[in-house]
Design a protein around this ligand. Structure first.
Ligand SMILES: O=C(O)[C@H](O)[C@@H](O)[C@H](O)[C@H](O)COP(=O)(O)O
Length: 260
C-alpha cells in the first residue's frame, strides 16, 4: 500500500477549487495519453463542492467531455430524479452544463429502475456493468479508474461503507447493497474496498472541523473495519485533500507546511 499523501488548503472553498484544478490536469493528461479518462464521483458537500468548482473553472473545457467515463462510488437507493440522489446533485452541480456522452455516464440504479426495490439486484447489475467496462489487463472486474474520489464522513465512512457494518468487510464483491446506513437514507448501493483499490488514484476529500477527528483516526493506523477511510487507497496514489480545520488534529509532521 502506498503511503497517503496530504495537501492541506486554507479553507473548503480553496480546497474545492484546487482539487478541481488538479482533476482537470489529471483528466487532460489521461486523455492525451490514452484517448479517454474515467472518474468515480462521490456524493456529499465536499464531493458536490468539487463538481461546482469544476463547473466554474476557467480551464474546464480543456477536458474532452465526450471522452470521459463517469461512475459513482455510492448512491442513495431512491427513485430516479430524487433530489437526494448523488447523481441528481452531480447533474445540478456540473453534469448538465457539460457535453458528456450519455452512454459514458454510469449512474447507479434507482429504486424504481430495472431492478425495482431490490438493492442487492441493483448492486449486482452495477457490478456487471463495471465488469463489462474492465479492460483485459484489469483484474477484479473493475476498470482501473484514473481518479476515484471519496468524501470522508465524520465517522470515517467513505462511499457507503460505514464502520463495523457488513459492506466494509466485503472482500469479494465489487458492489453491494447497504441497509441500515447511519447516514440517511438507510438503503444505499456502494463500491466495496476491493473495487475502490482498483483505482489508480484515490482522492479523499475532507473539509471542515467536523472531519478533524475522522481524519486523525483514519491516518493514525486505525483498521479499515473501524475506520473505512483507512482502507481506501489507490494502486498508484492515495491523496488526502484537506482544509486546515479538517487537518487541525493531525501532527504537523504529517503534511508539508507549504500546502496552503
Ligand atoms: O452518499 C453520500 O452521502 C456520500 O457519498 C458520502 O460518502 C459522503 O461523501 C460523505 O458522507 C461525506 O459527506 P460530506 O462531504 O457532506 O460531509
Amino acid at each position: 500500500m502506498n503511503a497517503p499523501q496530504l495537501v492541506v488548503h486554507r479553507d473548503k472553498e480553496l480546497m474545492a477549487q484546487a482539487a478541481a484544478a488538479r482533476l482537470i490536469t489529471k483528466v487532460v493528461d489521461a486523455q492525451a495519453s490514452r484517448g479517454s479518462a474515467s472518474l468515480v464521483l462521490t456524493g456529499g458537500r465536499n464531493g458536490n463542492g468539487l463538481l461546482a468548482a469544476l463547473a466554474a473553472a476557467p480551464a474546464r473545457d480543456a477536458i474532452d467531455w465526450g471522452r470521459l467515463d463517469l461512475w459513482w462510488g455510492d448512491e442513495r437507493f431512491l427513485p430516479e430524479g430524487d433530489p437526494e440522489r448523488n447523481v441528481t446533485q452531480a447533474r445540478e452541480a456540473l453534469l448538465d452544463a457539460v457535453p458528456l456522452d450519455p452512454a459514458r455516464v454510469h449512474a447507479m440504479p434507482a429504486s424504481d429502475g430495472a431492478y425495482g426495490s431490490d438493492a442487492e439486484a441493483a448492486a449486482e447489475g452495477y457490478a456487471a456493468e463495471l465488469a463489462r467496462a474492465a479492460g483485459p489487463g484489469e483484474h477484479g472486474g473493475v476498470p482501473a479508474f484514473d481518479v476515484l474520489m471519496l468524501g470522508v464522513g465524520p465517522d470515517t465512512h467513505v462511499a457507503s461503507l460505514f464502520p463495523e457494518l457488513p459492506a466494509v468487510r466485503e472482500t469479494e464483491r465489487t458492489v453491494v447493497g447497504v441497509h441500515g446506513a447511519p447516514k440517511p437514507p438507510p438503503i444505499r448501493i456502494s463500491l466495496t474496498l476491493p473495487a475502490i483499490r482498483a483505482a489508480r488514484e484515490v482522492w479523499l476529500l475532507a473539509a471542515g472541523d467536523d472531519k478533524a477527528g475522522a481524519v486523525k483516526i483514519a491516518l493514525s493506523g486505525a483498521g479499515e473495519v473501524q475506520a473505512p477511510a483507512a482502507g481506501a487507497y489507490g494502486s498508484a496514489r492515495t491523496l488526502w485533500l484537506l482544509d486546515e480545520p479538517a487537518a487541525s488534529q493531525l501532527p504537523r509532521s504529517l503534511y508539508p507546511p507549504a500546502s496552503a
